[in-house]
Design a binder for this molecule. Structure first.
Ligand code: HGY
Ligand code: MN
Ligand code: MN
Length: 416
């Protein structure tokens, strides 16, 4: 039994049309379904409709996670869950997250075609705001469903325009009634594009994901003193822009020092206020994203960076407000799931290799409550992602979802 690659591609393209925008710079269609915007609402309704067409019973929980359930031969058993997210960064392609959700629905469609009923129920899920770039913390829906985040704290989060998450959830009509705490699935599987160059460079078709590296996000508000760019002598300035620049360069120096293992450090957002050519900014809001597969090295990097930030700010007479907006340690995936992903790839004659995920995923949250794992699919152009150039071929995504099908069947036939 194999999935229908053309149908998978068709459904992925159909979802990719929802919230599409023309990226003039790239001359490509991109996707912008930022969490809890009308476009996200439209994407959600599109997938819910697809779930219904496939005969799934749909529930929406209090944080807007959506679950499509397919009965098993014994519905008293815990289900096998296939999931990911369909919210996107504002400059996305069509694959990030969507492959795991549309791929899960393709598994269901294939079982329907073959009138196969698994022992255990199957659930296809998409979680709210996996990206985290609007309300500031990633894997929001899955972290709330598995207890890492409290529902009321999630509801109270605000976006840069001050809009409250709870109100935005209401605005798109997806603040459901189902209790947010998820009864632990029997297993959780997620098919996802690698979003990096490792598999493509190695010429490997399937990634057996061993776990996810640690993630640490900070929002820094640097308060200086606004001044006229022409009349204010340099020695009288308190310029938060200089402090932000020094922090940014220091991130790269920390990585280059080799003192923090495989640290990756990014300043993705730098927003001066008022941000005009002839005014020394009064404040700058900037973000820091630290990643490391080693928890101790990540902690060292956080501590050392905090000291450096105070030094740079003190030297410039700038006041710092520091807020940690996301923090997850390195998470290992269940060895049994990894073994089944490798076995399924081998049975399908697909080359496969283990690798750590550079990106965060909902699977790392589900790992807190059940055996979880991921199937990675390589991408073209060094696996570029969070960019409209994100692209995997029909063959590549079909291989990943065929592995997902086989692993899902393995766990769905496991007796109580
Ligand atoms: O940032 C991440 O790793 C994920 O794409 N949210
Ligand atoms: Mn993703
Ligand atoms: Mn992403």
């Amino acid at each position: 039994m194999k999935i229908d690659a053309q149908r998978l591609q068709r459904e992925l393209d159909a979802l990719g049309e929802v919230g599409r925008y023309w990226d003039d710079g790239l001359q490509l269609w991109g996707v912008n379904r930022l969490a809890l915007t009308p476009a996200d609402g439209a994407g959600r309704r599109h997938v819910v409709e697809r779930m219904r067409v496939l005969g799934l019973a749909v529930t929406v929980d209090q944080i807007g996670n959506v679950y499509g359930r397919r009965s098993g031969r014994d519905d008293t058993l815990a289900p096998v869950m296939l999931g990911s997210h369909i919210d996107s960064v504002p400059t996305a392609g069509r694959f990030d997250g969507c492959l795991g959700v549309i791929g899960g629905l393709e598994v269901v469609a294939t079982l329907n075609d073959h009138t196969v009923t698994t022992l255990r129920p199957l659930v296809v899920a998409f979680f709210t705001d996996e990206e985290g770039c609007r309300f500031g913390t990633d894997m929001l829906g899955s972290a709330t469903a598995t207890g890492r985040l409290a529902l009321e704290d999630a509801y109270a989060l605000r976006d840069p325009d001050g809009k409250r998450l709870r109100d935005e959830l209401d605005a798109i009509g997806f603040r459901g009634d189902a209790p947010v705490r998820l009864p632990p699935p029997h297993a959780y599987l997620e098919c996802h594009v690698e979003q990096g160059p490792v598999l493509a460079h190695a010429g490997v078709q399937i990634g057996v994901v061993t776990g996810v590296q640690g993630i640490s996000w900070w929002e820094l508000t640097l308060h200086g003193r606004s001044a006229h760019a022409g009349t204010t002598p340099m020695e009288l300035r308190h310029d938060p822009g200089v402090v932000a620049a020094r922090i940014h360069v220091h991130l790269r120096d920390m990585v280059a020092s080799g003192a923090y293992g495989q640290l990756r450090a990014t300043m993705g957002r730098v927003q001066p206020y008022p941000g005009l050519v002839n005014i020394v900014p009064s404040r700058v809001v900037c973000t820091v994203d630290l990643r490391n597969p080693d928890e101790a090295a990540l902690r060292r990097a956080e501590a050392d960076l905090a000291v450096a930030i105070e030094q740079f700010a003190g030297a410039e007479g700038v006041r710092v407000e520091r807020r940690q907006t996301a923090r997850t340690p390195p998470i290992p995936f269940a060895p049994e799931v990894q073994a089944q992903v490798a076995a399924a790839a081998a049975a399908l004659g697909l080359s496969h290799a283990p690798l750590v995920s550079g990106a965060g995923h909902d699977a790392q949250e589900l790992a807190a409550v059940c055996r979880a794992g991921m199937v990675f699919v390589p991408g073209l152009y060094d696996g570029i992602s969070h960019n409209p150039r994100e692209l995997s071929t029909t063959e590549q995504i079909a291989a990943g979802v065929d592995v997902l099908l086989r692993v899902a069947l393995h766990f769905a036939e496991e007796p109580a």
